[in-house]
Design a protein. Structure first.
Lengths: 109, 109
C-alpha cells in the first residue's frame, strides 16, 4: 500500500512533541525526504520555498529525533512524534503555532 | 494580515483534542468554511473529494466544538483545539492517525 502523494509528490507532515504533545509545526515531505528521515532518525522535509531537502536543525542545531511516524486513514498525511533538541520555530518559539486566529486581524478575506 | 490560502483557496487545519492533546485529523478549510466554523463554534471543512462544505459530525453526530484556533508563523496552517463529541475517524477510531508507517507496507515508493 502506498502513501498518497499530492500532484507535486508531497505529503504534509504534522510534527508533535512526543512528550508534551504540543503540535510544533507542519511541513512537507517528498519520498526522498521521508526516506532520509527513516535513515537518519531525524526529520528531513522538502522545502517548498527553497526547492530543496531540508534537514531540520542542520544549521540551527534544533533537530527533531523521530520517535514514531503515524499515517492517517486515507494515507495522505503523516503525524511524526519527535523529541526536539530545541525550538521548532525560526522565531525561537517552541512551536510555530504561537498565535491565535484572533491575533491575526482581517484573517477571513 | 491575511491567511495564506493555497492556489485552490484552501488552508490545512490540524485538529487536536484540547484535553487529551491527541492529534485527531487534518482537513482543509476555505474562507467560507472558516467563517462558518467561527459562526457555529464547530468545525466546518471544505471536502476536496466531494467539492462541498463539510460540517464535521452533521450526519454522524461526532461534531467538534472549537476551543481555540491557532495560526502558524507563516500563516499557512491552522491548529484547531476541539472538544470532540465522538470519534474523529470515519472508521470509528478516536483519531485518524491509528496506524504507524510500519503498518503500511511499501510506503516509500
Amino acid at each position: 500500500m502506498n502513501l498518497k502523494w499530492d500532484s507535486q509528490g508531497l505529503i504534509p507532515a504534522v510534527v508533535q512533541d512526543a512528550t508534551t504533545r504540543q503540535v510544533l509545526m507542519v511541513a512537507y515531505m517528498n519520498a526522498e525526504s521521508l526516506q532520509k528521515t527513516l535513515e537518519m532518525g531525524e526529520t528531513v522535509f522538502w522545502s517548498r520555498s527553497r526547492g530543496e531537502l531540508w534537514h531540520k536543525g542542520a544549521t540551527s542545531g534544533n533537530t527533531q529525533t523521530v520517535r514514531e511516524i503515524l499515517v492517517d486513514c486515507d494515507e495522505d498525511t503523516l503525524l511524526i512524534l519527535v523529541d526536539p533538541a530545541g525550538p521548532a520555530c525560526h522565531t525561537g518559539a517552541v512551536t510555530c503555532f504561537f498565535r491565535t486566529l484572533e491575533d491575526i486581524t482581517d484573517a477571513v478575506k
